[in-house]
Design a protein around this ligand. Structure first.
Ligand code: PHB
Length: 392
């Protein structure tokens, strides 16, 4: 007779042979973006395109399902920091993606660095992250503030402008972008004859600022505004009716495809510099637009491309480590080494500061058959940003 003990062992062995393999743990992505406030529309677009990217490039790697945990920064540094801590310490996300605002990025930087959490920056351009505040735990699929506007200083001078007025919201990105434009423009020989910095949240009427611009009679106005602020600013500019005397130029988000239709006549003739235009002629860009249109009944935008590319970077890095992220440094290394042909052409990261290297497009909005839209008229190729002070 077999003993109870031997039967028990045999049963246990059978059970262990028959038991299904333990399901691999989900891979958690924390989307830390503004879903409300002046940049709420931009956060929504990045999230939408990130989700699309997972559908196109694969939402599961080696049995690990990629799941999203979304948190709203509201575009506010304190809220962004609190939500970042929650995602890292309570939700235990494997990677973070976001934010939109440079101010929010600056606030969360030390928490991310000290907790060694892989981070894919999908918009915020704060220059410190590519310089003295760089960290091996970040890559940036979007841009640095300097990258977008610095080349425009020389470019505007070459177009014959000599006296320029500046305007941007009063926070990190506004001051950094105007500072870089000014440095490039002055080095070329131009002069900045006035600067205005209205509050980022809550400025409803730009007329008082535009009155000062009008009185100063500059050759051109160079600005940075995005999202809700850009919609409001361009409307005010159109209403003020100074465009025929003072050309409106600036960082390209001034008239994103995401909101140009809401901006009215003020959007016509604007000159902008951008890291993406919808008309880039390559297979990946066509695929992006077709997929976006099939799902959302409209084309994608520059914010969308950043979300879509961020998803692909994460999927490809996860594939490179066979779904195993227990060695966070190895996973981060895989992220930094991702390179592919995307909607913006070859995507690759600067090996020192982790910032994307990319072309900058200079476009002008023109009206054709009643519709205002951008036409590219210059491309500044392979713009890298200096890693000054970055010892990552
Ligand atoms: C930023 O704060 O870095 C920022 C926000 C919106 C943009 C570009 C840059 O469109």
């Amino acid at each position: 007779m077999r003993s109870i003990k031997s039967i028990a062992i045999a049963t246990a062995l059978c059970a262990s042979v028959a038991a299904p393999a333990q399901a691999a743990e989900d891979f958690k992505v924390g989307l830390i973006l503004p879903f409300s406030g002046v940049y709420g529309g931009l956060g929504g677009e990045i999230a939408r395109a990130f989700e699309l990217g997972l559908e196109v490039f694969g939402g599961e790697v080696n049995g690990r399902k990629i799941v999203l945990v979304k948190e709203d920064t509201e575009g506010k540094p304190n809220t962004g920091l609190a939500k970042t801590k929650k995602l890292i310490h309570s939700d235990k996300v494997d990677v973070l993606v976001g934010p939109v605002s440079s101010g929010v990025l600056a606030a969360m930087r030390d928490t991310v660095h000290n907790s060694q959490t892989p981070f894919v920056i999908a918009n915020a351009g704060h220059d410190g992250i590519s310089g003295s505040k760089c960290s091996p735990w970040f890559v940036r699929t979007s841009f640095s503030n300097r990258q977008i506007v610095r080349p425009m200083g020389q470019w505007m001078y070459d177009q014959g402008h000599r006296n320029i007025y500046l305007m941007a919201p009063d926070y990190a990105a506004g001051h950094q972008m105007m500072g870089h434009f000014k440095a490039g423009f002055e080095a070329a020989g131009g002069k900045i004859i006035g600067e205005e910095y209205p509050p980022l949240q809550g400025t409803k009427d730009y007329a008082p600022y535009l009155a000062k611009v009008k009185a100063a009679k500059p050759d051109a106005l160079f600005v940075f505004f995005a999202g809700g602020a850009a919609i409001q600013f361009v409307k005010s500019f159109g209403d003020f009716n100074i465009g025929k005397d003072i050309p409106l130029t600036g960082a390209g988000w001034l008239t994103s495809p995401l909101y140009i239709k809401k901006q009215g006549e003020g959007a016509n003739n604007i000159i902008g510099s951008a890291n993406y235009v919808t008309t880039i002629d390559n297979a990946a860009n066509k695929q992006f637009h077709a997929a976006f249109k099939a799902k959302h009944d409209r084309g994608g935008s520059e914010f969308g491309v950043q979300g879509y590319d961020s998803a692909r970077v994460i999927v490809e890095a996860l594939q490179a480590v066979n779904g195993n992220t227990s060695d966070k440094a190895a996973f981060m290394d895989a992220i930094r080494n991702v390179s592919f042909d995307g909607p913006r052409g070859k995507l690759r990261f600067d090996p020192i500061n982790g910032n994307i290297i990319q072309h900058i497009y200079v476009y002008k909005n023109v009206k054709k058959e009643g519709v205002i839209g951008p036409e590219v008229y210059d491309i500044i190729k392979d713009v890298k940003v200096p890693s000054d002070g970055c010892n990552s």
